[in-house]
Design a protein around this ligand. Structure first.
Ligand SMILES: O=C(O)[C@H](O)[C@@H](O)[C@H](O)[C@H](O)COP(=O)(O)O
Length: 201
């Protein structure tokens, strides 16, 4: 419809089967830009890299022709890499056509972790679309993440989760409003776009 499309996907273990299936979809992938909701601040050859995950499971078959916009770059600091990613992402039409979020058992989504050093800022809708850094107890390495303002008005906003434990975590998130405790609540309660929840056993 617009001659191009963008999709921001999450990393972690949940999306692998989804990526494998999507990679075989016969669409005009050369008009699609794939990017990441968030990334670990590691190079693409590091097993913790979400770029590596997407390259392995999605950017192949029909989807090999898609454009990919990484968040990581070998900058002197995560902050510098975040600034570069923000500039690179600015060429994409806004809002994202599709955003696919995961959720951790601690109620994080993207890299919006409970206790994250930039969590309040990340969830502040008065701040512009950007890629920013995040550090938190449960995050492992420093993260690069799109802000909530970048993600919350996607034309299609999806929360993709699997298993009984995450179903219980989702129920707990839906039962409360404290976003510092469970940052996924920002998506569930304040996103401009309706959230389509896909749960598999
Ligand atoms: O970089 C990441 O890890 C993801 O973006 C993160 O937000 C993920 O969606 C959740 O941690 C769920 O991960 P699992 O699918 O592995 O449970």
């Amino acid at each position: 419809a617009r001659g191009e499309a963008s999709i921001a996907v999450s990393g972690g273990s949940t999306p692998k089967a989804f990526f494998e299936a999507l990679s075989r979809e016969a669409i005009d992938w050369e008009k699609v830009t794939v990017t990441l909701v968030d990334e670990r601040f590691v190079p693409a050859d590091n097993p913790r890299s979400n770029h590596l995950l997407v390259a392995t499971h999605l950017l192949k078959n029909a989807a090999a022709n898609a454009r990919f916009l990484p968040l990581f770059s070998p900058a002197a600091s995560a902050e510098e890499a975040a600034e570069r990613a923000t500039e690179a992402a600015a060429v994409l039409a806004q809002p994202f056509d599709i955003v696919v979020l995961g959720m951790g058992n601690d109620g994080h989504t993207a890299s919006f972790f409970p206790g994250g050093n930039h969590l309040a800022e990340a969830l502040d809708l008065s701040l512009p679309r950007r890629v920013m850094t995040m550090e938190a107890e449960g995050a492992g390495e420093t993260r690069l993440t799109f802000s909530f303002s970048s993600l919350q008005d996607a034309r299609l906003l999806v929360l993709h989760i699997e298993g009984a434990e995450k179903k219980a975590v989702l129920q707990k998130a839906l039962a409360g409003t404290d976003e510092a405790e469970m940052p996924v609540r920002a998506v569930l309660n304040r996103a401009a776009s309706p959230v389509e929840i896909y749960w598999a056993p």
